[in-house]
Design a protein around this ligand. Structure first.
Ligand SMILES: *[C@@H]1O[C@H](CO)[C@@H](O)[C@H](O)[C@H]1NC(C)=O
Ligand SMILES: *[C@@H]1O[C@H](CO)[C@@H](O)[C@H](O)[C@H]1NC(C)=O
Ligand SMILES: *[C@@H]1O[C@H](CO)[C@@H](O)[C@H](O)[C@H]1NC(C)=O
Ligand SMILES: *[C@@H]1O[C@H](CO)[C@@H](O)[C@H](O)[C@H]1NC(C)=O
Length: 226
């Protein structure tokens, strides 16, 4: 759960700003990679953490639903899982995948599901990522600051830099891949609809191969880039 919280904070706080008509969306879905060095995120209780994360996020502001997949690498662990959150019945489901299999745990909803994108606090003007033009939008929220590279032409998040307080330097950078400015349908996987869901799956082969070769895994996501 410790790492799940990290994942969510990165995702939620990064789900940042839009401009003009781009704001009118009812949600969004995207893949992402995130890298943090000495990142201090609200849930880490002031403790800096360094990590790499790859995953997907799908948020429906209007229906108050959210689905997240995450694969987090730190110096001493790799954590792979999924989260499904539903505002209507105040329930969330956490799928944990490890070498022994997958489990799904049903819990009371205790993560915020965003109702909109955060407000832009400043437009810092254009910058090119490569030669591709984006607008730098600043979002200051609850004392945390981020600068988002935003594609105004296509209503798309491109990249984000989240900065710690200057007294404790640290930064988290996020790239958004295949961003879509609308939510996708959300359905629970069968492991969470099965009555025995909180019991470890005994299908070692399937779960192990999903850890190693799952389409959202770090190994797979790194391959095209490095
Ligand atoms: C909560 O709502 C979701 C989405 O409709 C549903 O799949 C899930 O079974 C519900 N859980 C409970 C405990 O009602
Ligand atoms: C997997 O199961 C083995 C044997 O029960 C146990 O020693 C190991 O800690 C388990 N691994 C995880 C990640 O829970
Ligand atoms: C954005 O600003 C408006 C007006 O100040 C406020 O009503 C709204 O709650 C803010 N939205 C967010 C997500 O902070
Ligand atoms: C900001 O702080 C308020 C009040 O403590 C809280 O309700 C809200 O969820 C926080 N927003 C984020 C993005 O953490």
């Amino acid at each position: 759960m410790k790492f799940l919280t990290i994942a969510l904070l990165v995702l939620l706080s990064v789900s940042a700003s839009l401009a003009g008509n781009c704001f009118q969306t009812t949600g969004y879905h995207t893949s992402f990679t995130a890298t943090g060095f000495n990142s201090i995120l609200p849930s880490t209780n002031g403790v800096p953490i360094s990590f790499y994360e790859a995953g997907t996020i799908n948020v429906d502001f209007a229906q108050q639903q959210m689905a997240v997949t995450f694969d987090i690498l730190t110096t001493d662990s790799q954590v792979l899982g999924q989260l499904y959150a539903f505002g209507a019945n105040q329930t969330m489901y956490v799928v944990n995948i490890d070498e022994n299999g997958s489990t799904c745990t049903k819990l009371p909803l205790n993560v915020p599901i965003p109702t909109s994108f955060p407000n832009v606090t400043a437009d810092l003007g254009p910058i090119n990522i490569g030669k591709f033009q984006t607008e730098v939008l600043e979002i200051v929220e609850n004392g945390s600051q981020q600068k988002v590279l935003y594609d105004l032409q296509n209503c798309a998040l491109v990249s984000s830099y989240m900065l710690n307080e200057p007294s404790q330097p640290g930064v988290t950078t996020v790239n958004f891949l295949n961003f879509e400015n609308s939510p996708a349908p959300i359905a629970l996987p069968s492991i969470c609809t099965n009555p025995s869901m909180s019991i470890k799956s005994n299908n070692r082969h399937i779960s192990k191969s999903s850890v190693i070769t799952g389409p959202k895994s770090i190994q797979q996501l790194l391959r095209p880039f490095f």
